[in-house]
Design a protein around this ligand. Structure first.
Ligand code: KG4
Ligand code: ZN
Length: 342
């Protein structure tokens, strides 16, 4: 295998296939995005109201090679210029992950460059560095997406402490389930966000579970409260329900993130994951950072949702700290991040 000196010129191909986005990107030095191509399968899954694993794997299989080819062309380089191939190895849907992992290993072998297995959550933590490499540690990251909801203290590159997580549904999952119940379609987050613009967020006092307890969150009671309220009041205004539900989710997330930042003496608070696209969350998050007198960072919407630039970025840091990943590394649907305890 070609020896790689990991530095600012090191060009990493990132590949992401853990759920319903097929993505490839080329990133120099872990921060400089030369290309980022994302093909969303959302239309294929919309009629089922959620991601269908078999459909996801098949779509990844069909689109991955053309997506990688496009990422190479858009970066204006030849394949020979690529120094390493990084790919999400977990967590995610097993069949979907396997498509990316098999392809990434094949590219690495064919080009004689290192393969780097990347943890999907670690990659989300890196999405902010792509847009602002000057961020200083310690940072608190609120990672909120369809599959994950967690508060993480990032002490340094590769040093993460889990402060809190959801004990039931992920925040995005709650948006998707409530939107489906309200007949607003899939994916539910953007639909509720739009609907809420016309509603009154104080119309219905939905519960704010565990608002003052620790850093864990829970959304399943809120989802049930929405269902019960609508069944009891069938004529209720849907925009009011959407706005009141959204306000309850955002109140809890922002309160916990703000408290976590204070508890660890964070220099900054970052938002990551698909739900970070939510308008109210973005606004309230920045207000909380201003209250605390710390830096708030909101990644662009393209970097919030699943993409391969964040995989290439996390891959660059992993290659620099740990070297290449052995090729017998498999795909792990329940892969855990190695958390530190203090
Ligand atoms: O990070 P992501 O693209 O995929 C996962 O790894 O899960 O996040 C997708 C999730 C979906 O649940 C979607 O409904 C939610 O992010 N989402 C939003 C918004 N845009 C996307 N939730 C609330 N408000 C939004 N504007
Ligand atoms: Zn994700």
């Amino acid at each position: 295998m070609r020896d790689v000196e990991v530095g600012p010129e090191t060009l990493v191909l990132g590949i992401e296939t853990s759920c319903d986005e097929t993505a490839a990107a080329l990133v120099y030095g872990g921060v400089d995005v030369a290309s980022s191509v994302v093909s969303s399968q959302v239309d294929l899954h919309a009629e089922f109201g959620g991601v269908v694993p078999e459909i996801a794997s098949r779509a990844h299989l069909e689109s991955l090679n053309p997506i990688v080819a496009r990422a190479v062309v858009e970066a204006g380089v030849s394949e020979q210029r690529i120094d390493a191939v990084a790919c999400t190895v977990g967590p995610g849907l097993i069949g979907a992950l396997l498509v990316g992992v098999a392809a990434a290993k094949a590219f690495a072998l064919a080009w004689d460059v290192p393969f780097v297995g990347v943890h999907h959550h670690e990659a989300h933590l890196y999405s902010a560095f792509l847009e602002d490499p000057s961020l200083e540690f310690p940072l608190v990251v609120l990672l909120v997406s369809g599959g994950h909801t967690m508060l993480v203290e990032m002490q340094d590159h590769g040093r993460y402490r889990l402060l809190g997580r959801t004990i039931d549904d992920a925040a995005g999952e709650a948006f998707d389930k409530v939107a489906r119940f309200l007949g607003l379609g899939y994916p539910g987050g953007p639909a509720i966000d739009r609907e809420a613009e016309r509603g009154d967020p104080t119309a219905i006092a939905f519960p704010r579970a565990m608002l003052h307890d620790g850093f864990d969150v829970s959304f399943s009671g809120l989802k049930t409260a929405v269902v019960n309220h609508v069944r009891k009041h069938p004529d209720v205004s849907t925009p009011d329900v959407a706005a009141s539900f959204q306000a309850a989710v955002v109140d809890v997330l922002v309160a916990k993130a703000q408290r976590a930042a204070r508890a660890v003496g964070a220099k900054g608070l970052l938002l990551a994951g698909g739900v970070a696209a939510n308008s109210l969350l973005r606004e309230r998050f920045l207000d909380a950072c201003a209250d605390e007198g710390i830096r708030g960072f909101l990644p662009s919407r393209a970097m919030c949702t699943d993409n391969a630039a964040m995989i290439a970025a996390a891959g660059w840091y992993r290659l620099r700290s740990d070297g290449p990943t052995p090729l017998d590394c498999g795909a792990s649907p329940n892969l855990a991040l190695p958390w530190i305890s203090s």
